[in-house]
Design a protein around this ligand. Structure first.
Ligand SMILES: NC(=O)c1ccc[n+]([C@@H]2O[C@H](COP(=O)([O-])OP(=O)(O)OC[C@H]3O[C@@H](n4cnc5c(N)ncnc54)[C@H](OP(=O)(O)O)[C@@H]3O)[C@@H](O)[C@H]2O)c1
Length: 518
């Protein structure tokens, strides 16, 4: 696909139908020398730069002393490793790199913001230097001070009148529980208007996650069946083969419940289960998501015991290689009680979903790196072929594969060719790659584009964050002070502890584990 086509495609599939345009602007990355900037933000901006018709200036801010050229050289090295297109195109890099400049600064130092102002005035004309996307790729503990400094230095015009605009992008975690999320939200909105705040959950930038809504609301045959009359249960799996690697210290503070369930899993659940929005507009969609999150039945402490399973990986094998257990990973306590696996059964108290269990699970060091949603339909009410195939037929199911090998499969029963009436489950499969070619933009490309264009649909609203914490807080409270049982330790390379299987078996269900190819 050539570059103008690509841009058209990105813009045309925006939910506001491309009404907002990307204007010449500046992206200021606080945390310019960090992991997120190197691995995600700069590769995404490099790819966007090739497509955007308007000039975008990118300013990096961090405390270390370095020249523009030194920063560019560091970024080139990381781009060579992390760009989704390899090798990096020399001409494209030569066109992109002059857009990058570095401005040393400490976010706790007011003087740094004066320097930033002068820097912006030097590198970009007005009004481009008043159209500012501040990306806070710094520790969440610095979000408050940075937004305070931005306001105090006159960077933030809450009215967004005139030709300028200012937006602030922040990364999860948005607090570590409901109380801290509320404090963070209150602090940020003291300095910024909610509409200037773009909270990223990079899952929402994935094509396949966006496709959930399009799939549901543009295909009448499925939406007719999207309810408790037809659906038996729903499974959502986000599995990773990787362990915590070098991020042991971070993970010790977080665990799987906060790292994945509170955000990615609940966002996917909201898109799968929400009511159709009345309009394809940002706030209508967010309103439906929040209604769904509020309809999740809160766990009592006793229900946490029976409906939530946690686990931690022990030593095992991944792809034929022996790997250590979590407690032997660098910067992890040898007696750590942190969960690397969570499975839970949720109930949604509304008319559409009453009585339909939603099973969610996520873990590290599982048998596959794969994320998918499985909608399992109710079994056929009467099996005509019981004499040939037994009293139970495999129920129909629909699988939305989010990654890898993105696609959608419908499973049903078919006759095995031959003179007998043998029945076997078969599937129809739509594959993104086969249909549209291998091109899939990185989630960060999409999200940065949306933030520059000022479309917040794919970002998380304040009340969504708080509602999600309300779901997970009772789980953490019930776990507090309770050690992990010995049976919670699962061998690396498996699908988690046995209790996760029992969680489904208790209601006559079983996990369907994603395969590598699907
Ligand atoms: N990395 C990821 O994949 C990932 C994924 C999800 C969310 N996040 C979130 O993204 C944010 C950044 O993560 P990261 O992994 O990139 O962190 P990181 O590698 O530790 O980088 C932190 C950056 O902040 C700068 N910094 C620290 N203190 C500063 C200060 N007082 N003033 C100005 N700059 C300062 C550091 O540079 P100096 O030390 O030179 O100042 C460095 O550039 C965090 O909120 C994290 O939770 C990251």
């Amino acid at each position: 696909m050539n570059q103008p086509d690509l841009l058209d495609e990105l813009l045309s599939c925006r939910l506001d139908h491309g009404q907002r345009k990307v204007e010449p602007c500046c992206v200021v990355i606080f945390g310019a020398s960090g992991d997120l900037a190197a691995r995600k933000l700069i590769p995404a901006l490099y790819h966007l730069h090739r497509e955007l018709p308007e000039p975008v200036r990118i300013v990096g801010v961090a405390r270390g002393e370095r020249s523009d050229d030194q920063w560019r050289a560091e970024l080139k090295t990381s781009l060579d490793r992390h760009s989704r297109t390899q090798p990096v195109d020399a001409a494209a890099w030569d066109a992109f790199s002059p857009c990058l400049s570095y401005c040393r600064g400490d976010v706790t130092d007011a003087e740094a913001f004066g320097r930033l102002r002068r820097h912006l005035e030097r590198i970009a004309p007005a009004p481009q230097n008043r159209r500012l996307l501040f990306y806070l790729a710094i520790s969440p503990s610095q979000f408050g001070v940075t937004s305070r400094q931005l306001e105090a230095s006159g960077f933030l015009d809450r009215s967004e009148s005139g030709e300028g605009w200012q937006r602030v992008v922040i990364e999860k975690p948005f607090g570590h529980d409901l109380a801290s999320a509320r404090r963070l939200n209150a602090e940020l909105t003291r300095h910024l208007h909610e509409r200037q705040l773009f909270r990223i959950d990079h899952y929402l930038g994935k094509e396949t996650v966006q496709n959930i809504m399009l799939f549901r609301f543009s295909n009448a045959i499925f939406e007719q069946l999207w309810n408790r009359q037809a659906i038996d249960h729903v499974q959502i799996t986000v599995g990773e083969k990787a362990g915590v690697g070098a991020r042991g210290a971070f993970y010790e503070e977080v665990g799987a419940l906060r790292d994945i369930v509170q955000n990615h899993l609940l966002q996917v659940l909201a898109l799968i289960a929400m009511e159709p929005p009345s309009r394809l507009e940002t706030e209508s969609i967010r309103d439906e998501k929040i209604k769904l999150l509020h309809a999740i039945r809160p766990f009592t402490p006793a229900e946490v015991g029976s409906q939530v399973v946690r686990g931690q990986y022990g030593p095992g094998e991944i792809d034929g290689q022996a790997v250590p257990g979590y407690r032997a990973e660098p910067r992890v306590a040898p007696d750590s009680q942190v969960e690397t696996f969570v499975a839970l059964r949720l109930a949604i108290d509304n008319w559409r979903w009453a009585g339909v269990p939603f099973f969610l699970r996520s873990g590290k060091r599982l048998a596959q790196s794969a994320s998918e949603i499985r909608i399992q339909f109710r079994p056929a009410p009467h099996v005509l072929f019981a004499a040939e195939c037994g009293p139970r037929l495999e129920p129909n199911s629909l699988t939305l594969r989010l990654q890898p090998n993105e696609g959608i499969s419908l499973h049903f029963n078919g006759k095995v060719p031959g003179s007998t009436m043998e029945i076997r489950p078969v599937r129809m499969r739509f594959s993104y790659d086969a249909e549209f070619g291998a091109y899939t933009p990185e989630a960060y490309e999409r999200l940065l584009l949306e933030a520059m264009a000022g479309d917040p649909t794919l970002f998380i609203r304040r009340d969504e964050v708080e509602a999600s914490w309300s779901v997970v807080d009772p789980i953490r409270d019930a776990w507090a002070g309770q050690s992990l049982a010995g049976t919670a330790i699962y061998p690396a390379g498996t699908w988690g502890p046995a209790a996760a299987e029992e969680l489904l078996a208790a209601t006559g269900h079983a996990w369907r584990n994603p395969g590598p190819g699907q």
